[in-house]
Design a protein around this ligand. Structure first.
Ligand SMILES: [Zn+2]
Length: 394
């Protein structure tokens, strides 16, 4: 049995003052206040003083970090990425693909599935770092008009056959898929993916309101980097009333939405708008981080193309191509931009993504949940990260 004390615990649904968190076999065993629980002398308490304990962060959209891309055929890639994630408070993540030739995508999915299975069967190994829990397939089922940095030549129309191929290669480990609902064949693929438990997310899309609503009716329940690579909200003239996909995403109660709160992808005022529209339960933070994250400015890979990184901006072909954002910074930015309490911003990086993606036992600190947690300063800086109750390798 391990015991952890701090000034405050964010579960994050509730806030507990002077908590004592008991951990057994990598799971939360009991949550008490320090005054109400007598601890046997045999149990040593780690006391974090005036710091805050919060759930470990969950990143549903990350392409790479520390010089590596998740699609790299290199056994060093995921461990290096995971150590950097751990340093920034992330304890679970979905490695995210980018549009690439079908063969390259299939091979990447196979490798990622193997990596996920290895970590599952080796849950008690020595090194504690962020765990890959599923794969996010971003592309190739996206719009040419809103492709962002995804190379045109690799975009494909969605078909059940192709989806099945990806699914088989991933051995059912695709847990999230970004798709443009207006593409021919998209509605069928959305329906099938949703039936298999995939979190279907609308994105890289030029959908009008009707097409977005059809996607939602078919089973889509989330939106990818909201506002970025989406048809803009247009409403300025009498003959141009075009709420588009954003009109649906921002107002439909069934849909949650993720945002890149790096101050580059969205103006702080738009972060605030999204946070207000989707509220404390359905706002999700992602990083969309690429291999350049945690590295100096320079030239880096994203999937199989190159990106120039300067002053926090990742550019290819004059377009933004992912970010160098880390989740700890995203949390602090959201709190500042949206004028939210730290607890609400923490929930957008923990409880909300876990719930949206259907990840059990993560994103909350409650009895029975995995003891994945961060120790935060009062300002929200990540001081330490624990995976299954053991301090992570940074
Ligand atoms: Zn994207």
């Amino acid at each position: 049995m391990l015991a952890f004390a701090a000034a405050r615990l964010l579960t994050p649904t509730d806030s507990v003052e002077h908590p004592l968190v008991l951990v057994d076999e990598g799971r939360v065993f009991e949550i008490q206040t320090q005054s109400s629980r007598q601890i046997s002398a045999a149990i040593s308490i780690s006391d974090f003083g005036d710091s805050i304990i919060a759930p470990g962060y969950v990143d549903l959209h990350i392409h790479g970090s520390a010089g590596y891309d998740v699609m790299d055929d290199d056994t060093e890639a995921l461990p290096a990425i995971e150590r950097l994630l751990t340093r920034h408070g992330v304890t679970s993540y979905f490695p995210t693909t980018v549009s690439a030739p079908v063969d390259a995508t299939l091979r990447a999915l196979e490798r990622l599935a193997e990596a996920i299975e290895r970590r599952e069967s080796n849950n008690k190994d020595g090194e504690r770092r962020a765990r890959p829990l599923g794969i996010h397939l971003e592309g190739p089922f996206i719009s040419h008009v809103r492709r962002g940095a995804h190379p045109t030549e690799y975009l494909l129309a969605p078909t059940l056959t192709l989806f099945e191929q990806f699914w088989q290669a991933s051995r059912g480990r695709i847990r999230m898929m970004t798709i443009a609902p207006e593409l021919e064949g998209a509605i069928e693929v959305i329906g099938e993916a949703a039936r298999r438990g995939v979190c279907v997310s609308l994105g890289h899309s030029d959908a009008d309101l009707g097409a977005a609503e059809r996607g939602i009716a078919a089973g889509a329940k989330h939106a990818t980097h909201t506002f970025n690579a989406m048809r803009p909200l247009g409403h300025n003239t009498l003959d141009h009333r075009s709420p588009g996909i954003l009109g649906a995403v921002l107002t439909d109660r069934r849909v949650s939405a993720d945002i890149i709160a790096d101050g580059v992808h969205l103006d702080p005022a738009i972060v605030k708008l999204c946070a207000r529209a989707k509220g404390a339960e359905q706002t999700v933070l992602i990083t969309d981080a690429i291999s350049a994250t945690g590295m100096p400015d320079g030239r880096y890979r994203l999937g199989n193309f190159e990106v120039d990184v300067r002053d926090g901006k990742c550019m290819t072909d004059g377009k933004l191509a992912g970010s160098v954002l880390t989740m700890d910074r995203a949390v602090r930015n959201l709190a500042r931009f949206a004028e939210w309490e730290l607890a609400q911003a923490v929930a957008a990086a923990s409880r909300n993504p876990a719930r949206v993606a259907g990840i059990a036992g993560k994103g909350v600190l409650a009895v029975g949940a995995d003891a994945d947690f961060v120790v935060l300063s009062r300002e929200g800086e990540v001081l330490r990260t624990f995976v299954s109750g053991v301090e992570g390798t940074r």
